[in-house]
Design a protein around this ligand. Structure first.
Ligand SMILES: Cc1cc2nc3c(=O)[nH]c(=O)nc-3n(C[C@H](O)[C@H](O)[C@H](O)COP(=O)(O)OP(=O)(O)OC[C@H]3O[C@@H](n4cnc5c(N)ncnc54)[C@H](O)[C@@H]3O)c2cc1C
Ligand code: SF4
Length: 370
């Protein structure tokens, strides 16, 4: 039977009412102005208002950050920061956004220095992935950049942003302050007893979110250091020590200026592997970077670093010990892969990461032996 015009309109309207979320009755202007949005009523379509500053030196950028304190946020590629601003998911909405893009000379370089590679913090992941120097001499870094996410993001996301991005946890990143967990100044971890399928199986203290950086395992395996500038001058920390169980060592007015990677020992070979839900479109469920020197089939030195399993890049010291001085055979690889997951403490929904870590390390070692 043909539907009357009025009936069709009513059916369409009721379908829309079901399909579309309840919209906040306030106007867009009110949304733009709001400082403390109400959880669950947030528009993710509009950026809030902020003042955009573009200092021309690092010293000036540090001074601006110091002056505005928690009301300022640093921006490199903006891939993560702008999303956070749109979803109003930061503990406090920044009023000032400080871009590093106006710094002169520009921080987007990748060049060979006396003792290795120097990467300016604005170098994009695409630059790392395509640089002949990085591909030839620091292959596990190029592979990690390539596998990090879709090319649209790699074109814009920078190494500084990759290292400094906030934790990937759907509770702390929910809009407004719906889940005021430890990382947002609260007194609870919602993931521990909630949905923790993407969370850590090693090294959990207060927070179970994993280190979000795609390049950190490779940088740690290569022995890289992060050069930081801040109000009290400069300092340099190893990538492994840059991450803490609650984020990074960065102070509020500190900026990552450069990443320094020592030249690998002659003959060193590396493998990087990652598994994500949609592989490179998603963050790592687990990843592994291995760098080793193998002479006459015997493993002389080796570094095995896992990503996606701990709040920090997770170094598999025990597995490394088992392999040094050994040939990479089926049994030594199996022993090392088993040692990697010793001491894992999975949560209620992420036990699968134990199998994933074990098999990724096994596959990486087999590939190294080929
Ligand atoms: C749809 C989508 C999908 C994504 N998928 C992935 C993924 O699969 N894997 C992944 O790892 N990431 C992913 N991300 C996150 C994002 O791509 C990364 O965080 C990216 O590396 C950020 O780089 P950026 O230069 O854009 O950083 P920005 O967004 O500019 O900054 C990120 C954070 O780091 C801080 N920061 C930036 N540069 C510096 C610096 N030099 N010194 C100190 N602090 C700094 C900023 O203040 C901000 O808090 C995704 C993001 C989006 C929007
Ligand atoms: S895992 Fe960390 S970020 Fe996530 S809810 Fe717990 S404390 Fe917050």
């Amino acid at each position: 039977m043909a539907m009357l015009e009025g009936e069709r309109a009513a059916v369409t309207a009721s379908a829309e009412a079901v399909a579309r979320p309840q919209l906040d009755p306030r106007t867009i202007e009110a949304w733009l102005e709001q400082d403390e949005p109400v959880a669950g009523t947030i528009s993710t379509d509009y950026l809030p208002r902020f003042t955009y500053l573009r200092p021309t030196t690092l010293a000036e950028a540090v001074a601006v950050l110091e002056r505005h304190g928690p009301k300022a946020a640093l921006m490199s590629g903006g891939m993560d920061l702008l999303r956070e601003l749109k979803t109003r998911s930061r503990p406090a909405q920044p009023e000032v956004v400080v871009s590093l893009k106006g710094i002169a000379p520009p921080l987007d370089y990748v060049c060979a220095g006396e003792s290795g590679l120097a990467i300016g913090s604005l170098a994009t992941l695409r630059t790392l992935e395509t640089s002949a120097l990085v591909r030839e001499q620091y292959g596990i870094l190029a592979q990690a950049a390539y596998a990090s996410r879709a090319w649209q993001y790699r074109n814009r996301a920078t190494i500084g942003g990759d290292l400094c991005q906030r934790e990937l946890c759907w509770y702390s990143r929910s809009s407004g302050n719906a889940y005021p967990c430890f990382r947002k100044g609260g007194e609870d971890c919602f993931a521990t007893r909630g949905d923790n399928r993407f969370h850590a199986i090693f090294g959990r203290l207060i927070c179970s979110a994993v280190c979000p950086s795609a390049t950190a395992p490779s940088l740690a395996a290569l022995g890289a250091r992060v050069r930081i500038v801040g109000p009290s001058g400069g300092r340099s920390v190893p990538v492994e020590a840059f991450f803490t169980p609650r984020g990074t060592v960065l102070g509020s007015a500190e900026i990552v200026a450069e990443v320094q990677v020592p030249s690998p020992a002659p003959g060193a070979r590396g493998v990087f592997l990652k598994v994500g839900v949609r592989n490179k479109f998603d963050p790592a469920l687990a990843s592994v970077a291995v760098l080793a020197c193998i002479e006459q089939q015997v493993c002389r030195t080796i570094r095995i670093v896992l990503g996606g399993v701990s709040p920090q890049p997770w170094r598999a010291f025990r597995a490394e010990e088992l392999l040094i001085g050994e040939r990479l055979t089926e049994s030594s690889v199996a022993r090392a892969a088993e040692a990697v997951v010793e001491g894992a403490t999975p949560l209620s929904h992420n036990g699968y990461k134990i199998d994933l870590a074990r098999s990724l390390v096994g596959r990486a070692l087999v590939r190294l032996a080929e």
